[in-house]
Design a protein around this ligand. Structure first.
Ligand code: ATP
Ligand code: MG
Length: 429
């Protein structure tokens, strides 16, 4: 019997049970992009190897060790695309879409990188990418951050944070590079093997190192921020003003440098702590020099790409969590309270059919019941002991926030919970 042929390591089938999740995600993307006036572009999966070497950079991880490159039957060097931006710029130049015009574009499809496969890191993975050409001002940077933020909202994703930095102009970056190399050379004995190699090739990437032994030394390194050109500084301030005005929260991470050479000025990443080491779900920034570098006329550009597998994984994890948790846990101390609690719970359920409420059964101390309330994932506990029963009120304890505890009359409890539900849904939309 012949051996069964399997899919390539790190390249996965999407089976019929899962395709509906992809389709729903893609439908949201398509709809969202049209509401912001972005149009879809579809590029080939295979390009000249040269395109990626000239754009992503010869000494980046992608070009050095991750590309699927092969000679075709004519002897031409081709590469399965590891990302979409280079192809998008190539297509834009080739078809005259970029010169003296504004383009807002998006694409979505498989990318290929020969990395070590693990959770959230595959050899064939899918990116949704957004690019805008012809606008040099930071309002378009803000627009793209808003698009991504709205996408999280529409998907119902929670607990993701935005990190922001500016890399400055390429001239400012080149000047800073020298300052950084000088500093790192003074601490050569602390550098790991990878960093020693990068010292020659791509010293900025050393800042990105996760090696714990190097953290303290890197914290002390001269900051790019102190070597910025005036224009980049002004642009970054404007971007921050815009983001503040639309209520987007962010933190500035001066060591955020991104792994591709073509970025300048604004860079950003959306990060979650719920996916382990593969926590960056979306990343992007400005790349004003790339169009010219690939043979076009100078054209400002900004874009981002998100990893669809990582987002679907996060979504699934959060939905599972939500399905398992309840909204309210009723803590009932003593037989009289158990009886009253049972009655009240039924009237509340009549009023609020969607509410997920657990009444404690089986007795036990306040401490043991509160422990169970906490474990249940409930937002709040309604507590009834002898005192509460006499006063005909619950003590309300918030289990997930620092809000102070309060009292609510038995008769008002359903209204009170309805208000809270209402608030939660408006916060989500
Ligand atoms: P990482 O630091 O995780 O390797 P990256 O900087 O190489 O990411 P980009 O090239 O900016 O990533 O790609 C944008 C997004 O695509 C990433 O934020 C991530 O969500 C996703 N992505 C990148 N590489 C992979 C991969 N091998 N498998 C799955 N998703 C990926
Ligand atoms: Mg990578």
């Amino acid at each position: 019997m012949a051996k069964h042929i399997k899919s390539i390591r790190g390249m996965h089938d999407v089976l019929p049970d899962e395709t509906h999740r992809w389709q729903a995600f893609e439908a949201i993307i398509r709809q969202l992009m049209s509401t912001y006036g972005y149009r879809e572009i579809r590029m080939p999966l295979v390009e000249s190897t040269d395109l990626f070497c000239r754009s992503i950079g010869e000494v980046t991880d992608i070009v050095e060790k991750e590309m699927y490159t092969f000679k075709d039957r004519n002897g031409d060097m081709l590469t399965l695309r590891p990302e979409g931006t280079a192809s998008c710029v190539r297509a834009g130049i080739q078809h005259g879409l970029l010169h003296n015009q504004v383009q807002r574009l998006w694409y979505n499809g498989p990318m290929f990188r020969h990395e070590r496969p693990q959770k959230g890191r595959y050899r064939q993975f899918h990116q949704f990418g957004v690019e805008a050409y012809g606008i040099a001002t930071p309002d378009i940077d803000a627009e793209q951050i808003l698009i991504s933020a709205r996408l999280w909202k529409e998907l119902g994703l929670k607990n993701i944070r935005l990190e922001l930095n500016t890399l400055g102009s390429s001239e400012a970056r080149a000047a800073y590079k020298q300052v950084l190399v000088d500093y790192l050379q003074q601490h050569y004995e602390l550098l790991d093997e990878d960093s020693r190699r990068r010292l020659e090739t791509n010293p900025l990437r050393i800042l990105d190192s996760k090696n714990p032994a190097m953290q303290e030394m890197l914290e002390q390194a001269p900051a790019l921020f102190d070597h910025l050109d005036e224009e980049s500084r002004v642009q970054f301030d404007k971007l921050r003003t815009l983001l503040d005005a639309v209520g987007i929260e962010y933190s500035i991470n001066p060591r955020l440098v991104r792994g591709l050479d073509y970025y300048c000025k604004t860079v950003f990443e959306w990060i979650t702590d719920e996916l382990g080491a593969q926590g960056t779900i979306c990343a992007g920034g400005r790349y004003d020099g790339l169009v010219e570098q690939l043979g076009g006329k100078p054209t400002p550009a900004v874009g981002f790409a998100l990893g669809m597998e990582r987002i679907l994984a996060l979504l699934e994890a959060q939905q599972e969590q939500a399905a398992e948790t309840i909204d309210v846990y009723m803590v009932l101390l003593g037989e009289a309270c158990e009886l009253k609690g049972l009655q009240l719970a039924e009237t509340i359920r009549d009023r609020l059919p969607g509410l997920k409420m657990l009444c404690h059964c089986g007795g036990g101390s306040m401490k043991s019941q509160m422990k169970k309330a906490d474990k249940s994932g409930a937002e709040l506990a309604l507590i009834m002991g002898e005192d509460e029963l006499n006063r005909q009120t619950f003590t309300v304890k918030y289990l997930r926030s620092k809000k102070e505890q309060q009292n609510v009359a038995f008769a008002d409890t359903a209204d009170f919970l309805a208000d809270i539900q209402q608030q939660a849904t408006t916060e989500q939309t």
